[in-house]
Design a protein around this ligand. Structure first.
Ligand code: DQA
Length: 147
């Protein structure tokens, strides 16, 4: 079964408590459960990982090479300035999809820039937790492309 690794960046462990007016009331555990269910429906095995640490996310990206078919990543605030995560994504042949819960284009100006997006296959932004489910649907297309 094709494997998708979903990476959640900093502060996303606080989903449900953190700014619920922006990110909703659901927790990370609930989100991950939803993703495993959706993955099952789509014929994908979904692994999830969250870290508040840049290096841990980079290690996961490196470890995806040859082991995972597609990466789905919400880099959190690292989106806007982490050249290290960008370089890690560019260093592996696994295609990545960037996801955001909120519509980053309707918020503070610093959120409008993504340094990671140019090395991903595309972004899905602004649909709450559903952004991730849409990314899994897109992942099916990427898996087919690679087959
Ligand atoms: C976010 C948007 C980022 O700007 C922010 O720093 C986050 C969450 C989102 O999913 O909407 O941590 O990536």
């Amino acid at each position: 079964m094709p494997k998708v690794m979903v990476l959640h960046g900093p502060n996303l462990n606080l989903l449900g408590k953190r700014e619920p007016d922006i990110y909703g009331g659901g927790t990370l555990t609930e989100l991950n459960e939803r993703l495993r269910t959706k993955g099952g429906e789509l014929g994908l095995e979904v692994e999830t990982f969250q870290s508040n640490h840049e290096g841990d996310l980079i290690d996961q990206i490196h470890g995806a090479e040859g082991r995972v078919d597609v990466l789905v990543i919400n880099p959190g605030a690292f989106t806007h300035y982490s050249y290290a995560i960008r370089d890690a994504l560019a260093s592996v042949s696994v295609p990545a999809i960037e996801v955001h819960i909120s519509n980053v284009h309707g918020r503070e100006p610093f959120r409008e820039r993504s340094v990671t997006a140019p090395v991903t296959r595309g972004q899905i932004i602004g649909f709450g937790f559903h952004s991730y489910e849409l990314a899994l649907t897109a992942a099916v297309t990427l898996v087919r492309e690679r087959a």
